[in-house]
Design a protein around this ligand. Structure first.
Ligand code: FPP
Length: 252
């Protein structure tokens, strides 16, 4: 009875979702895998594996709802500081995930892209990523941007260097540099800024994620660890987002 009630109330939640006011772009910091595992006396890598299961459900839900873009913080420029074994397990997990899921993602019209400097990833990870990006490049559904060896500061610095080169080559004048022009030099070129940034696990920080792009994003934090994040958590975050009054610095 208790379960039935819980199920019904969740169904009601979904029915209250305003499908005309969905975020176009959701950015996700998949945090808390290690603590999820520790709580269960498991190795950290078990937490990452469980995190992949959560990811599957989140991608499916975003795709079903008709969300345009989902950006996933999978591996940051700072994550190289982790023990070699953990870095290697994360890279293997990425390969395993792509091998196992890419056909299904393709069937569901999902387009896979990456942001970050993927050239520094191990060869087999790179090969798997490139083939997933290539296979899905003409798809028109949900765009899944996987942030790999990504750091917001690094992305901005690369943009600055790209523009300096153009100035040096006399291809542009400094006066021509505006926000739109600068965005052409970011990894997220052509992608709208995230409307909603989600970070589970109880941490209240941005950790070098999409620093330029989040200028007017809405944030949703939760105490649950990423492996426990599911369809209901996502719906809850979106419903909360739908209550926000976004003024972008203006007034109503
Ligand atoms: C943060 O949790 C999580 C990561 C650094 C990795 C996220 C990666 C995955 C969910 C799987 C691989 C990704 C793809 C796209 C297949 P943490 O380890 O920092 O957790 P903690 O803060 O509890 O230690």
């Amino acid at each position: 009875m208790r379960n039935l009630f819980a199920k019904d109330s969740k169904k009601n939640d979904e029915e209250n979702l305003n499908l005309d006011r969905l975020p176009k772009h959701i950015a996700m910091i998949m945090d808390g895998n290690g603590r999820w595992a520790k709580k269960r006396g498991l190795p950290r890598t078990a937490g990452h594996k469980a995190g992949v299961e959560a990811l599957r459900e989140v991608i499916r839900t975003c795709s079903e709802l008709g969300i345009g873009y989902l950006t996933l913080y999978a591996f940051s420029t700072e994550n190289w500081k982790r023990p070699v074994d953990e870095v290697s397990a994360l890279m293997k997990l990425l390969v395993y995930y792509l091998r196992k899921e890419v056909k299904e993602l393709h069937k569901n019209n999902v387009k896979i892209r990456t942001i970050g400097d993927i050239s520094k990833l191990p060869q087999n990870s790179l090969k798997e990523i490139n083939s997933a990006v290539d296979l899905t490049k003409n798809n028109t559904g949900l765009v899944v941007n996987i942030a790999l060896n990504y750091g917001g500061r690094n992305e901005i610095l690369n943009g600055v260097k790209g523009i300096c080169q153009k100035v040096k080559n006399n291809e542009i004048n400094i006066e021509q540099i505006d926000e739109d022009y600068f965005e052409e030099f970011l990894d997220t070129k052509g992608v709208p800024d995230p409307d909603l940034v989600i970070r589970p696990s109880g941490e209240l920080r941005i950790s070098n994620f999409l620093l330029w792009q989040i200028a007017y994003s809405e944030f949703w934090f939760s105490n649950i660890f990423w492996p426990d994040f599911n369809r209901e958590s996502l719906i809850e975050a979106i419903m909360d987002y739908q209550k926000r009054d976004r003024r972008f610095g203006g007034i109503k």
